[in-house]
Design a protein around this ligand. Sequence first.
Ligand code: CTP
Ligand code: CA
Length: 224
Amino acid sequence: KKHLAQGLPLSGKNVLITAGPTYEAIDPVRFVGNHASGRMGYELAKVAAGLGARVVLVSGPTHLSLKHDSVQVVKVVSSEEMYDAVHSYYKDMDVVICAAAVADYRPKRIADQKIKKKTAELTLELVKTKDILLSLGERKKKQYLVGFALETENEIENAKAKLERKNLDAIVLNSLNDKGAGFGHATNKITFIDKNYAINPFELKSKAAVAEDIFAEILKRYHA
Ligand code: CTP
Ligand code: CA
């Protein structure tokens, strides 16, 4: 198998991808989460493997599965677990894409018993989770680091600001305003923005095709 992978654009390269939502526990039976399917990240992992890379796919809870000789799937649940998993692989990675919809807040305390319904109102105290992508930008050495941005207003400006703040090489802006794009859909409409602010908008297409486009953009810029 190994000789087959030689001569491909990402032969001998290590690619890390985060995917899916995270679940932040409230008590033993409940969590704070979101509707991310994980599909974008899984499609990116498949494309990376097809380009010859060894892939680590760090995935939050999803219904998806991926069986490929050169893809290692690391399953996590919470943002804290995703943070630890990602950092345990980061040093050796060449290309890193954070496609996960990491929860921005988690319950401040996890109740050790199921919370009983007693009062008419219940207030959950939430605290910020660690920003995984930001922490990777701060520690960046050789890695080509790519983030996603989900915006509903001032899309390009907000995406550029995220690229700067998180020290990224490129950011993939996900457009939600078009019907059938993004969360819970099989299709996506993206704009690829690199650190020189070259802006490349793509048509609405399947997430598999979007993954191909993203790697084509990365390969145009990443030479090592
Ligand atoms: N991200 C991350 N860890 C977090 C939050 C976000 O790694 N705790 C990553 C996502 O995987 C994505 C990028 O940061 O690649 C941007 O996520 P997004 O939700 O668009 O932006 P935030 O920085 O969380 O800011 P906000 O939600 O307020 O727009
Ligand atoms: Ca967020």
